[in-house]
Design a protein around this ligand. Sequence first.
Ligand SMILES: *Cc1c(COP(=O)(O)O)cnc(C)c1O
Length: 389
Amino acid sequence: MSINCLSDLDLQIASLSVHADDSYAMVSDVAPPLHVSTTYNYNSDPSKLKSAKEHDLRVRDEQSRFIYSRFGNPVVERVEAVLSAILNGHAVVYSSGLAAYTAALAYYNPRRLSMTDGYHGCYGVARIFNRFSGLEQVPLYDDSVSTGDLVHLETPINPTGLSLDIAKAVEFAHSRGAKIIVDATFAPPPLQDPFKFGVDMVMHSATKYLGGHSDLLAGVLITKDPQVRLALLQDRGLLGGAPGNFESWLLLRSLRTFKLRVETQAKNAGKIVAWLDSAIKNNEIPALTKVYHSSLQTDEFVREQLKSGLCSPAFSIEVESVEIAKSIPSRLKLFHHATSLGSVESLIEWRAMSDPNVSDSLLRLSIGVEDPDDLIADLKAALLSFTAM
Ligand SMILES: *Cc1c(COP(=O)(O)O)cnc(C)c1O
């Protein structure tokens, strides 16, 4: 079955998010139904029944498109059709971003994992693999990296939202016979497409921008190679990382408005970062000492990677003291003090609460779809309230 049935129409992301799964509809409903079944009727024609020895479970043909929902179900199939189209490869969906990362490590089974900074949970997964296979963690660009190893690059990187050079990491990995996976959670298309730089695999925590409503956990791996996709599907069926039916349905629903949300969030963030940056330069807000965001980086590679000029809606600021960092969230009216990012509502987090590797005076912001001027006014009032201290 073709992954992107509409590819010959050369549609853009906004159209693909709404239509890439049209041909997978099994009923005439315009809105995709929620399928809750875990098991499916076999063919009623005995002559069409094949034993498991005769039939590759990974191949979803007419006779066994759905068997048992750990191996695939109608909603996951539709979500994967949409994600394949908008993420520019073959998408395999998992129950969380870390389940996707676990699947990637299980697939590549590297001896060394070369990575520096980024999402702390990925380090945790790698530590578990150390128990299984002796997987060794080494820094990005470490001299020991060689054939059979995996380079992991996260960009823009958590929690700052700063960009790292994808082309440079690809050149490094491939020159040593290693593979490279990019965690692109912070900037999904249309902001960034790591495949343009020759990466082997892309991962997203779909809990963030793809889901976008703080109500589902999911992850996705994207590969350009149909054989890798089949291997990932087989592994997923056995490791049990398949996404839930309801979460997949929520994700499909969320994807319809994906581009609208992400572009609005990115534009809002750009406006807020520009205001924060000028406030620092003009010494308008004593409590504010730093703002980190790809839009403030001047390196050429950043412009190449974030071609549309829109950067991640998530970024970080630093304030004068730990006390201020802890108090700001409670003085904001339009930001929830919570972890995570990517959703329609703006969030702020005193990041030291969930990431042991960051400065105590750092706050991570995830900008939502509210009016940017309202968000700026809220931030300004909260940050200025410390001036008298
Ligand atoms: C959230 C996140 C993850 C983990 O995703 P879950 O869906 O929470 O499992 C991985 N990488 C990055 C960059 C993230 O922000």
